[in-house]
Every structure is written in C-alpha cells, then in structure tokens.
Design a protein around this ligand. Structure first.
Ligand code: HEM
Length: 400
C-alpha cells in the first residue's frame, strides 16, 4: 500500500481560505492546529498547505530558497503594481531594498516623517471632534495612513482625494482588477512628471530620496521607483489602516485595558500596539508557493504547491503564548511575525509603529472618555477584508 501524498486528503471542507469570511476563524485555526501543525485546506479552488504553528511559520518565512516570495507576487500583484520588491529575488532584491530601506529607517522617520505624523492626526480629528461621536474607521483609520504616504511623497495636498481613490482601487484589486489596473495607470501618469522634477531638483521628500540613493553603486530606474511607489499604498497604507482598526477595536472592547492605556500612555501605548498586532494581525494569512518538490520539516511538498503562512494561528500558538486568545497588554511580548521575517520582511515596520503610536496617542488625548456607542458593539467585530487574508473592523462607532 502506498503512503498517501500530502495533498490527498483535505483537513477541512466547505470553507475557501482565499475568499471566505470565516466568522470563527481563530477557533477554526485552533481546532486544525490541535490536530497537526499544518492543514490541507481549500484555497482559491485548489488545495493549499496551511502552516499553523509559530515554529513552522517562522521557519517558512526565513526559507526564501524553498518559498520564494516572487513565486506568488509575480502572479498576483505584478500585473497591477509592477515589478516590486516583493517580486524580486537575490541580488536584484538586495540592491533595490538597499536603496529603499534608508528612506524608511528609524532615524530617517524621526527626521523627516515624525513632523508630518502629529499635525496630520490633529487635522483629521479637528473635522469631527466637536460632534462628540464618529465612526473611527471611516473618519480616521482609512484616511490617516494614505495621507501619511501622500505627504511623505510630497504630493500636492489638493490632489489627496484622487490619490485616496487610487489607493482604494489598488487595495480592492482582487475584487475589481480592471479598476485596479486603471488606478495603477492613472497614478503612474500623474507621478511621472513629479518624478522627473525630483530627479532634476531633489528636495527632502521620499521620491527625492529614492532617486538620489544608491546601493552597491546602482540607482533605481524610473520604473523601479514607480513600482515601489505603487506598492506603498497596499503594503503600507492598508496594512496600517487595518492594524489601527484592530488595536482600537481590541481596546474599545476591553475597557479596563483602555483605561490602563489612558492612565499611562507613555508606557502602555507601545505594548497595546504589540499585543493588538499579536491578537489580530492585519495580514493574518499570507499566501506563498513552493515552486520545486521538497522535503521540508517532515513534509513531502509537491512542486507548485500553494502555501499559506498563518500568522494569526502562529500568534495564538499555545506553545508560545499562555491564554493565547486573551487580549492582554500586560504580556510585554513583541509579535514580530506581524511584519513577516527574513529577506522580504516589512521594510516599513518602523514607520508603521510610529504611525500607530502617534495616532493612538493623539486620539486618546483629544477624545477623553472614548468608548464604543452602546448599540455599536457589533460594528467593532473584526472581519475579513478583500478575501480571508486581511482582517479589520468594518466600522468603529464611538462617542466621547
Ligand atoms: C502595521 C502595518 C504593517 C504590517 C502589519 C505590515 C506587514 C508586512 C508583511 C507581513 C510583509 C511581508 C510580506 C511577505 O513576506 O510576503 C511586509 C512587507 C513589506 N512592507 Fe509592510 N506592513 C505594515 C506597514 C508597512 C508600511 C507603513 C510600509 C511602508 C510605507 C510597508 C512597506 C512594506 C514593503 C515595501 C514590503 C516588501 C518588502 C520586501 O519584499 O522586501 N509596510 N509588510
């Protein structure tokens, strides 16, 4: 009798891990993980290997040889965003990353981005503070990270509404590919003259940094800069929007922990952010692929197998976290898998942390007594956004 092949038997049926909103996703993942460290699941009509433990997810992220990011991003995002960092491997990736990394490094953020972050948070809150109530998702979380990117690129403030529309259409690519391709083209046409002007006369914005910086003696071409700028919206704005929504949702539904953060923001905000990123990482399930047949951690993975790195299951692995389902800001642990690991790990993690810290600090300062509206608790529920992978609340109706 021959041994069954890895993909022969599904571990769960009736749920598609690419598209479905799974209301009890964490319980489903915990159930699968209690049986095996991985599961074979339906994914976009085929079978995928879903990695469920902290050990396996971390090992997979750091094994670019076996699970190269490019194998999946060349099919999914390259047709819309172009040949971004995520589609590159080896030397090409090292050089491009070497050029873009300095513009997002901690010290650079302090120097040229922090002066943008606080005034922008105040500007958005000014629009609704006197009303005494708001939907924080629609009126703050959705707007803040897109505007941060728009301003760090030095785009004209008058154009922000159209930039926001392009960012929105790029994010909803899986649901409306035609609109995303159109947005990508319109954004490119819009940025081309700005890029030419910054090459001729660089300033202190991010586009100028990207055209003047080199790595190993090489500079980025116009198309490489453009692809990176397009990537910044889905990779930088939407992730941060969902992270902020998830952290706010966690705090608003755990009022005693919100009170602890309000009482000592200098100490507690950072830990609330890390715990929010652990409890509900915005990128919950990250699709990859395994191009070549391989023996990996006891699994015989056939060539071209779709893989899913379940960051959200890893973050609730009882082997690593006690009471993993509890949101608890006193844990004092940093959930680094939120930002991936290895060569393709998040290039913007310092910016994300700076944005989240500033936004939370100023929201709590300006809106004392912040609470969910009594009839709105269900709106704080975290749901799938654009497929199963990304998660955040659809609305946060609050008063103060
Ligand atoms: C809380 C917010 C954020 C989260 C949770 C997050 C998460 C991630 C994750 C998981 C990856 C790895 C993807 C993979 O391995 O396939 C990644 C990559 C990336 N992120 Fe973020 N990100 C956030 C914010 C940002 C921001 C603010 C920026 C920049 C403005 C950014 C820029 C990037 C870039 C450029 C990459 C690709 C890196 C490469 O392939 O070398 N991210 N991010």
């Amino acid at each position: 009798m021959s041994t069954p092949a890895l993909l022969d038997q599904l571990d769960i049926e009736g749920i598609d891990f690419a598209f479905d909103h799974i209301p009890d996703l964490h319980a489903t993942l915990a159930d699968l993980r209690s049986r095996k460290p991985y599961a074979i699941v339906p994914f976009a009509g085929v079978r995928a290997v879903l990695l469920l433990t902290h050990d396996l997810v971390r090992a997979a992220f750091t094994d670019e040889q076996t699970f190269p990011a490019s194998a999946v991003y060349r099919m999914t995002t390259e047709p819309v965003l172009g040949h971004t960092l995520q589609c590159m491997t080896g030397r090409e990736h090292r050089i491009a990353r070497g050029v873009v990394a300095p513009s997002l490094r901690r010290n650079r953020i302090a120097e040229y981005l922090e002066p943008l972050l606080e005034p922008l948070a105040h500007e958005l809150i000014d629009r609704f503070e006197s009303r005494g109530h708001a939907d924080l998702v629609a009126e703050f979380c959705v707007k803040y990270p897109v505007l941060v990117i728009s301003r760090m690129l030095g785009l004209p403030v008058d154009d922000e509404a159209v930039v926001h529309r392009w960012a929105h259409d790029l994010f909803y690519f899986p649901l409306d590919p035609a609109a995303a391709v159109r947005a990508s083209q319109e954004f490119t046409d819009y940025v081309a003259p700005i890029l030419a002007a910054r090459r001729a006369d660089p300033g202190d914005d991010m586009i100028s940094l990207l055209v003047t910086e080199s790595s190993e003696g090489e500079y980025l071409t116009d198309e490489q800069v453009m692809a990176h700028l397009r990537l910044l919206f889905p990779a930088g704005a939407d992730t941060t929007m969902l992270a902020l929504g998830n952290i706010l949702s966690a705090l608003l539904t755990h009022p005693e922990q919100l009170a602890a953060v309000q009482a000592d923001p200098a100490t507690e905000i950072g830990w609330a952010i890390w715990e929010g990123l652990r409890w509900e990482p915005p990128v919950g399930l990250l699709p990859r692929a395994c191009p070549e047949a391989v023996e990996w951690n006891g699994l015989s993975i056939p060539a071209l197998t779709p893989m899913i790195f379940s960051i959200n299951a890893a973050h609730r692995d009882p082997a690593v976290y006690e009471r993993p389902d509890d949101f608890d800001i006193t844990r004092r642990s940093m959930s680094m898998l939120s930002f991936g690991q290895g060569v393709h790990s998040c290039a913007g993690n310092w910016l994300a942390m700076a944005e989240l810290e500033t936004a939370l600090r100023i929201l709590l300062q300006r809106l004392p007594g912040l609470r969910l509206k009594p009839d709105a608790a269900t709106h704080a529920t975290i749901v799938a956004q654009v497929g199963t992978a990304l998660r955040g609340p659809g609305a946060l109706h609050v008063s103060w």
